[in-house]
Design a binder for this molecule. Structure first.
Ligand code: ATP
Length: 233
C-alpha cells in the first residue's frame, strides 16, 4: 500500500545533540569526551571495541543510566531523559518486552501509525500477534523487538546490536527498514558487524579511550586501531 510519510514541522528536522558526558564506574573513567549529533533524516553508526561504552552511551541518551555529567538536547533544548514524552526509543542488547502480554496489545501503542501497515504485514507479526513474547524463540523475539523499536513513534531511535542475533537475510531487511524509517527519524545504531554499520549509516562515530572520533573514511577505522584491515563485502 502506498502512503505518504509525515513531513517535518516548521522547525525542519529535529536534532539530537550529545555533549560533555562523563561516566565513571568504580573510579574508572568510561566516557569523558563525547560529542554526537543526529538529525531526523540520518543514520549515525556508532563503533568501538568491547567495553568502550557504546551501550552505556545509548542508555545515557535514553535516560536509563545516570552519568556524573551530561548535556543532551533536542533542538538545543536540554532533555533530562530521552524516554520522556516518547521522543527517544531504545533497543537494548537484551530483551525489553514483558513476556506475558499478547504481542498485539504491546504493538499498537508503540508503533508509529504511519508505519503500521509496514509493521503489521511483516510475517513475524502476522504469525505471532496473538501470542505472548514468552512463546517465541530467542531469535524470533529479537526480530520482533527490533522491528517494534525501529517502527516506534519516537523521533529518535537508538539500536544496540540489532544485527547480532539474527540471520543474514533479516539483517538485510533491517537495514532496508532502518533506511526507510530514517527518512523521518534520527537513528543511532551500534553493532560489531561494522560492515553492516558502514553500509547503513550516513556517518560514523568511533568511541576510543572514552572519546568520540569522527570517521571520514573507512580507512580511519584502521588508523584508530579499530580494525586491522577492512572486510570485503
Ligand atoms: N553497572 C556497571 N558497573 C560497573 N561497570 C560497568 C557497569 N556497566 C558497564 N560497566 C563497564 O563499563 C564499560 C562500558 O560498558 P558498555 O556495556 O557500555 O560497553 P560496550 O561498548 O557496549 O561493550 P560491548 O561492545 O562489549 O557490548 C565496560 O568496561 C563495563 O565493564
Amino acid at each position: 500500500m502506498h502512503f505518504h510519510l509525515k513531513t517535518y514541522t516548521a522547525l525542519g528536522p529535529h536534532i539530537l545533540k550529545t555533549d560533555s558526558i562523563h561516566l565513571e564506574f568504580d573510579g574508572r573513567k568510561i566516557l569523558q569526551d563525547i560529542y554526537i549529533d543526529c538529525r531526523q533524516g540520518e543514520v549515525v553508526g556508532l563503533l568501538g571495541r568491547n567495553g568502550c561504552g557504546k551501550s552505556s552511551l545509548l542508555r545515557i541518551i535514553f535516560g536509563s543510566l545516570k552519568p556524573s555529567y551530561k548535556y543532551i538536547s533536542i533542538n538545543d533544548m536540554p532533555i533530562a531523559k530521552g524516554y520522556h514524552n516518547g521522543r527517544v526509543a531504545y533497543l537494548p542488547q537484551h530483551g525489553y518486552l514483558p513476556l506475558n502480554v499478547k504481542l498485539k496489545n504491546l504493538a499498537e501503542p508503540i508503533i508509529d501509525p504511519q508505519f503500521w501497515n509496514d509493521f503489521s504485514n511483516h510475517p513475524i507479526y502476522q504469525k505471532y500477534q496473538d501470542q505472548k513474547a514468552a512463546q517465541l524463540s530467542g531469535g524470533e523475539l529479537r526480530q520482533l523487538e527490533t522491528l517494534m523499536c525501529i517502527y516506534s513513534r519516537a523521533d529518535f531511535i537508538l539500536l544496540d546490536e540489532p544485527f547480532t542475533h539474527v540471520s543474514p537475510v533479516q539483517t538485510e531487511l533491517f537495514k532496508q527498514i532502518i533506511r526507510r524509517c530514517a527518512k523521518v527519524k534520527g537513528i543511532i545504531v551500534t553493532d560489531h558487524q561494522y560492515y553492516n554499520i558502514l553500509d547503513v549509516a550516513d556517518k560514523i562515530v568511533l568511541i576510543t579511550n572514552g572519546a568520540t572520533k569522527p570517521i571520514a573514511s573507512p580507512d580511519d577505522l584502521i588508523a584508530h586501531g579499530y580494525v586491522s584491515h577492512l572486510r570485503e563485502v
